[in-house]
Write a protein that binds this ligand. Structure first.
Ligand code: PGA
Length: 243
């Protein structure tokens, strides 16, 4: 299976011009670029090979929901993917598993591919890998309730993220392998064995090869490193060679 790289730009860059310039340099097959909402249209018009993802969506199609953007709106503007349940939204915006579940179902209903993020905080990981497994299994059970359809699932230990809530230290490939194997059993039973499973958290050109070696990972969700075109292009090359 081709390895997938998802560029989660978070709340960067500041201007549309910068967004277009970055997108041009990172335009490649098997890449999903997720810019902030205001730049989705411009980036969608810029790229010819990459797919476009939003960083969030709402669960209703339209209505009196100030500030929200529906999956149907995203779909109509050429967006194909949407990140749902990122730990920053769970933490800063108070998103619950129930909300995440509604968003995943609404996205699939509108023909978008959800990129569901799950992963444990540092306090849980400190208790050991079994505690992390229990935490992630509970998230998956709630987030995937009554979900049927094509999607991507990302194991993103919150503490491994490079900025904000994380420590900047990636998880080591052995632990990632254990967690992803565990998740693959759950996700495979629920959504089918072909469901791509990705890793996220301080992924760079320096560790990507080790992280996605073998068949246990189908790619990576990349935050900070996706804002540096040269670095991200190296990662695209590494992912290609690991196909
Ligand atoms: P990072 O972010 O690659 O900067 O750690 C990943 C993410 O939070 O999506």
């Amino acid at each position: 299976m081709d390895k997938v790289l998802i560029a989660n730009w978070k709340m960067h860059p500041l201007t549309e011009r910068e967004a277009i310039a970055l997108a041009k340099k990172c335009d490649a097959a098997n890449v999903v670029i997720c810019p902030p909402f205001p730049f989705l249209g411009a980036v969608e018009k810029t790229v010819t090979k990459a797919k476009i993802g939003a960083q969030d969506t709402f669960w209703e199609e339209k209505g009196a929901y100030t500030g929200e953007v529906s999956p149907a709106m995203l779909k109509k503007m050429g967006v194909s993917h949407v990140i749902i349940g990122h730990s920053e939204r769970r933490r800063y915006l108070g998103e619950t598993d129930e909300m995440v579940n509604k968003k995943v179902r609404a996205a699939i209903h509108s023909g978008l591919t959800p990129i569901l993020c799950v992963g444990e905080p540092l306090a849980v990981r400190k208790k050991g890998i079994s505690a992390a497994k229990r935490f992630v299994a509970a998230q998956l059970r709630k987030d995937l309730q009554s979900v049927h359809g094509k999607m991507i699932v990302v194991y993103e230990p919150i503490w491994a993220i490079s900025a904000g809530l994380g420590t900047g230290n990636p998880d080591n490939p052995q632990n990632v392998a254990v967690m992803v194997k565990f998740m693959r059993d759950i996700v495979g039973k629920k959504l089918g064995k072909a469901t791509p499973l990705l890793y996220g958290g301080s992924a760079t050109s320096g560790n990507l090869g080790r992280l996605i070696t073998g068949n246990f990972l189908d790619g990576a969700l990349v935050g900070g490193a996706s804002l540096n075109a040269k670095e991200f292009r190296s990662m695209i090359q590494i992912a290609r060679n690991k196909r």
